[in-house]
Design a protein around this ligand. Structure first.
Ligand code: 5RP
Length: 226
């Protein structure tokens, strides 16, 4: 399988975990989009679900596919979330997310889920945080300069994500600081340290959230369970 086929194979395998009447968290990014397409195909065969989208782009895709959407005012618990990742650490299933800019809603949805199934191609598998260069961090536009100073002071090298000449803006109206890491802190400690900085809204570190990772390889799909 090539990379695209690896993504699709992992996504189709994840969609097979979904059962009738489930509330499904719909992730963001190209791999999650394959899962959303696979859910649409299963709905054509009779599957009944409602989705909670992790981004405006995913919401638009779900609507285009005829997948009914709901939100937390109607459903506090999500049965399964299927989402991609930018890196997965094999030994403890910590994730790095946020290259697509949807990390905040993705984390809210993942934390509200009974199970988070992560779908990736094999290029996303990493050994440790040290092996992964960039951690996206969502920050408030107000005072972003001082927030970046604080990120620097804790050993990150933040770069404000740009979209053409302007700062990239998330669905929540915030900015993203892409932080190069020059430290190999334990992920949970790093997540807590980042969260303690005023102006940091959320980091792309997902610790202890993935219950299953489906990795597309050239030869097929590997299933890793927590
Ligand atoms: C968006 C994300 C995505 O899940 C991540 O970027 C993976 O995307 P893709 O499947 O396109 O590689 O975290 O915020």
């Amino acid at each position: 399988l090539n990379q695209i086929e690896q993504k699709r194979a992992a996504a189709v395998r994840a969609a097979a975990e979904v059962e009738n009447d489930m509330v499904v968290g719909l992730g963001s990014g190209t791999t999650a989009a394959f899962a959303i397409a696979a859910l649409r195909d299963r709905m054509a065969d009779g599957l009944r679900i409602v989705g909670i989208a992790t981004s405006e782009k995913t919401a638009a895709l779900a609507r285009a596919y005829g997948i009914p959407l709901t939100d937390f005012s109607d459903h506090r618990t999500i049965h399964i979330t299927i989402d991609g990742a930018d890196a997965v650490f094999r030994h403890d299933l910590t994730l790095i997310k946020g290259l697509g800019g949807a990390l905040l809603r993705e984390k809210i949805v993942a934390k509200a889920s009974d199970r988070m199934i992560v779908v990736v191609d094999e290029s996303k598998m990493a050994d440790s945080l040290g092996a992964y260069a960039t951690l996206p961090v969502e920050i408030l536009p107000f005072g972003w300069q001082v927030t970046c100073d604080r990120l620097k002071a804790m050993g990150c090298r933040p770069r404000l994500r740009m979209a053409a000449a302007l700062p990239f803006t998330t669905d929540n109206g915030n900015y993203i600081a892409d932080c190069s890491m020059n430290q190999s802190a334990a992920p949970a400690a790093l997540e807590a340290k980042l969260a303690a900085i005023p102006g940091v809204v959320e980091s792309g570190l997902f610790v202890g959230l993935a219950s299953m990772v489906l990795v597309g390889h050239q030869t097929g799909v590997e299933v890793i369970e927590r």
